[in-house]
Design a binder for this molecule. Structure first.
Ligand code: 9J3
Ligand code: ZN
Length: 314
């Protein structure tokens, strides 16, 4: 039986990498051209505000490298617990949601723990992701021994609970849902996406599954592996899972550097920043986050390897 360390060790916030590219000058010129066009009375160049209005799912301010790495995003978060007695098809859990009711509905995500583990093992993701403008349901499974296929069904049951029966159901956009999970919960995320293609995002974290091939998945999927994982080695889990996804799909493989199977069990800046970016891009269709996914992240102290595509469409 493995350990699931619980301390909320905040990974050191990496420095703010402000980008000052030659593009700045181009932007300035474009801005002047836009102002001129507006003044002259033809609006062919949309202002930033007009562009924002074009995406009804955009929530929160424009992101920066530091905002996606911070311990909390811009939204204050509340929580409400769901008793296992009130849960049907999963083991109950905690719903984390933006406190504000003045920003419309939010996309939602359910997160499953791994084998032998409880909700507490993935609890840090609740407020961390919710504070960026998502309703996040961190769950317990029916039993801690449930296998990935069962965890996949439980993720979907929890999504249904969230959108149909929970006290926050009116805050959730039931068309913009996603799944995450650790280990067998990550394997479960793949199962859930396979059986419900309407899901907008899946993020399996150091996933474990006996099924190595996922060509059926149509949901944009970010697979997170760990280079030092000896329980779900990337060579027999995360990597073949990624490789088997359709090459036409929005997909990515992030391999954490110097990390174990249990990296997703404690607050982790790298997991958080790419999860936030993936969820924002695919659940909120928020292209402001594409800058963190494209060009593809380079290897670093935190990233052993990153594979994937620049997000399709706009
Ligand atoms: O959920 C997990 O941690 C899966 C890895 C595991 O312990 O598999 C043993 C069968
Ligand atoms: Zn398969």
């Amino acid at each position: 039986m493995h350990q699931h360390p619980q301390q909320e060790t905040a990974a050191p916030a990496a420095g703010t990498h402000r980008r000052r590219s030659p593009r700045r000058r181009t932007n300035l010129l474009l801005g002047m051209a836009a102002a001129l066009a507006t003044a002259v009375g033809f609006g062919t160049l949309a202002s930033p505000a007009a562009q924002a209005a074009e995406n009804p799912y955009e929530r929160g301010p424009a992101p920066t490298a530091s905002s996606i790495e911070a311990l909390r995003g811009p939204y204050a978060v509340s929580q409400t617990s769901v008793s296992s007695l009130a849960a049907s098809g999963f083991g109950g859990g905690t719903i984390h949601y933006p406190t504000s009711t003045s920003d419309g509905t939010f996309g939602a995500i359910v997160v499953s723990p791994g084998y032998t583990a409880r909700e507490s093992s993935i609890a840090w993701l609740g407020p961390r992701l919710a504070s960026h403008g998502f309703v996040v349901f961190t769950i317990d499974t029916n039993t801690v021994y449930d296998q990935p296929a069962s965890r996949g069904r439980q993720l979907l049951a929890a999504l249904d609970h969230l959108t149909e029966r929970s006290p926050v159901r009116s805050r959730v956009d039931s068309d913009r849902l996603g799944v995450m999970g650790h280990s067998m919960g990550g394997g479960g995320s793949l199962e859930a996406a396979k059986s419900r293609p309407s899901l907008r995002a899946a993020i399996p974290l150091t996933p474990w599954n006996l099924d190595k091939t996922w060509p059926e998945i149509q949901t944009p999927t970010l697979i997170v592996g760990a280079d030092g994982d000896s329980i779900a080695p990337v060579s027999s889990h995360a990597e073949p899972f990624y490789t088997s996804l359709p090459s036409s799909l929005d997909r990515a493989y992030l391999e954490l550097n110097n990390a174990t199977h249990f990296a997703p069990n404690v607050s982790d800046t790298t997991i958080a920043k790419y999860s936030v970016s993936w969820l924002k891009r695919f659940i909120d269709e928020d292209t402001r986050y594409e800058q963190f996914l494209c060009p593809l992240p380079r290897p670093s102290l935190d990233i052993e390897e990153y594979r994937g595509n620049c997000p399709h469409g706009s």
